[in-house]
Design a protein around this ligand. Sequence first.
Ligand code: KG4
Ligand code: ZN
Length: 373
Amino acid sequence: MCSHPNRSEFQPEARWCPGPVLGIESSCDETAAAVLSREGQVLSNIVSSQVTVHEKFGGVVPELAARAHLGKINMVVGEALATAQVSKHTLGAVAVTQGPGLAGALLVGVNYAKALSYGLGIPIIGVNHLQGHIASAWLADPMFPLSCIVLVVSGGHTHLYRYEAGGRCILLGRTRDDAAGEAFDKGAQMLGLGYPGGPAIDRIARSGDSQAIRFPRFHRAKNGLEFSFSGLKTALLYKLREMDGPLGSQRTADLAASYQEAIVQVLATKAFVALKQSNLTALAVVGGVSANSRLRTVLSERAAREGICLSLPPIEYCTDNAAMIASAGRQLLMTGERPYADLDISPAERCVTIHEKTEKIPVSLRDKEKANS
Ligand code: KG4
Ligand code: ZN
């Protein structure tokens, strides 16, 4: 919690509040459901991970992910309602991840949510997964300033946004190739650390020397806000070829720590450049990679030094979860977004209610989709 002069409620206008919101997330390899109270408090947050399904393949297998969601979703939703001590008949709405993500996986969540909404006669609201991650910045701290820089770092995205009071979100920069999470996952694979790679590198890096190998920091342009991680991955590959032969645990730890350091320093540097360029003093870092312990330390230390108000969600809200989806859905409903029963999945990448720098702002993602169709 920080003391910031512009702290204000995340919900500027409360127009919609009929009851608790059930959130459902099934975009990738986590089946998740959560219940938020009418007031937006997290009453339950259940996540069923598919790590054991995919680990022997070294990554997510889409067909297996969809089947695993199908097998788990009813139980996970039941557990979320039971933990929250909320009857499904008192729900006010259901929010579900519409995309981006794996088509088969999304279909399971969206169709389950549609059936629930139809059966219970409650509104259903589709949520963009990135918008969910962004909403997680306010989950544990609803008074975090609305005008801030948001860095979304997940398995598929590395996006820097300027978030403005009123919910306007402007894309400032993104990765031009691999996402930060992808760089962790691929790096871990090369180091023989398995899947999921981010947590594996994070763990082993603690016993390594981050200065042992100087990996390149790709900044693309000085003070630019675009990211690139594919060169770093290649640098690790060359380093491994050069070393040739069994690495041993200390060498692996040194490589992991040095590789992690290169990713962390680039992420932190650009987030702070964005703060400076936008003349803002609040930074939120969200998405799976924000669980990284080294990134959290570097960001916290620098924020404290420079007087920046920092939102780093608790770990359970960093990686995929449904509390963030329920929260984003609740926000959409409260700010006048109309639910619609015939919503469909939207697997392809799309940026929230987000607009390249000076572009005119459409009302919502859905309006943008309509405009494009
Ligand atoms: O947000 P998320 O759970 O799913 C997507 O939307 O992609 O992010 C998953 C990504 C994976 O690439 C995973 O390796 C990474 O987040 N991740 C981490 C850590 N925990 C998860 N990366 C670095 N350190 C971690 N502790
Ligand atoms: Zn995610």
